[in-house]
Ligand binder design. Structure first.
Ligand SMILES: [Zn+2]
Length: 362
């Protein structure tokens, strides 16, 4: 299996030569190779990988293979409510995840989804993380089937997404009950991360409770945590605070959707880096990337390249953070060595963990 994946990843790199980013995914100077704790694994749906086995391509840390048919409408309603509350005019409201293009939807056919995943592999993707959660219409059986058909290592996230998407019982459950449920989810899927765990701009009391429960579940499992912030990322530091107060080392956390926080001084982004956390630019490759390039470059220039994570949040196709966004960073002056760290090394460092519980399935 690892052999096959490596071969596929290398084939994919060939396709990237014309984009000028193949060398970025390939270039691995052994001096800069990340060091992993003894026993650390990346937990995908079907097996635990040694982090070195996934070094042959990029890992996308925040994607979706399955979303409910009503997800986009519910997402827009929630985003609009926040924008409305903040007095942001309709025209200036940031877009959510991209809508499905016309034609057959790969999210409704495992065979079509497997085609999408194979195409991503050809473009240099070695592994991806599915961030869809219970309550947001995620279909775990579908994800398993598509991943199996394609032979692509898929890490499944566990948890609860945001207030508008919580299953009904969350409201009344205690932190301990939720933490126990999260650990059960993580055992059952099996999950390789908690995420995407989210809030909109103002974190509700119930969302705080879920974040604290995720903190407890992290302590019980050692799984990394990645988040969804409301647009434009007002809750980012507060999310990190709640998780850290619950005992989570910020180095195990990625705060997400921070490409939406269009502040050229990258103040919040740098605070997260200084505290040891990862900054997620996880809606890239969508064609709306230009404002995000200076943010990423500012972090690289400030010496924080090791804290940058890039993904697409379900672009069609999945490799577009690599095929569309990486060339923009390269044109802005990012070196192959830095891009390799960001796309190949950082997500593996983020996802690798020493399990506290035995793998139960797969
Ligand atoms: Zn997402």
């Amino acid at each position: 299996m690892p052999q096959l994946n490596r071969r596929r990843a290398l084939l994919g790199l060939g396709a990237l030569v014309s984009l000028g980013v193949s060398s970025a995914l390939r270039a691995a100077s052994s001096a800069a190779a990340p060091v992993f704790a003894p026993g650390a694994v990346i937990r995908t749906l079907f097996k635990d990988y040694a982090p070195a086995e996934l070094a042959g391509g990029a890992t996308l840390f925040h994607e979706h293979l399955s979303l409910g048919t009503d997800f986009m409408d519910r997402f827009r309603a929630a985003s609009d409510a926040v924008a409305e509350a903040n007095g942001i005019p309709l025209a200036q409201r940031p877009a959510g995840p991209p809508a499905a293009p016309p034609g057959p939807d790969p999210m409704r056919s495992a065979a079509l989804m497997a085609d999408e995943l194979r195409a991503a592999q050809r473009d240099g993707i070695a592994c991806l993380v599915d961030a869809g959660l219970d309550g947001a219409g995620v279909d775990l059986a579908f994800i398993r089937e598509a991943a199996k058909l394609a032979g692509l290592p898929v890490v499944k996230g566990a948890g609860f997404y945001t207030m508008p998407f919580y299953p009904k019982h969350i409201e009344r459950a205690s932190v301990d009950e939720l933490a126990a449920e999260l650990v059960r989810q993580a055992d059952d899927y099996p999950a390789g991360a908690f995420g995407e765990i989210g809030s909109w701009d103002e974190i509700t009391a119930t969302e705080r409770k879920v974040f604290r429960a995720v903190g407890k579940a992290h302590l019980a499992t050692n799984l990394p945590v990645f988040t969804h912030t409301g647009i434009p990322g007002k809750s980012a530091l507060e999310q990190l605070d709640i998780l850290e107060d619950a005992g989570v080392d910020p180095r195990r956390v990625a705060i997400g959707h921070l490409g939406n926080l269009e502040d050229r001084s990258v103040y919040v982004h740098k605070v997260i880096c200084r505290r040891g956390g990862y900054v997620g630019f996880d809606r890239q490759g969508s064609g709306r990337d230009a404002p995000v390039v200076p943010l990423v470059m500012a972090l690289i220039d400030a010496g924080f390249a090791d804290h940058v994570l890039i993904s697409g949040d379900a672009n069609r196709g999945y490799a577009s953070p690599v095929t569309r966004f990486l060339p923009m960073l390269k044109a802005a002056g990012a070196s192959d060595e830095v891009l390799h760290r960001i796309m190949v090394d950082n997500p593996r460092r983020f996802l690798a963990f020493v399990p506290k519980r035995k793998r139960m399935h797969g």
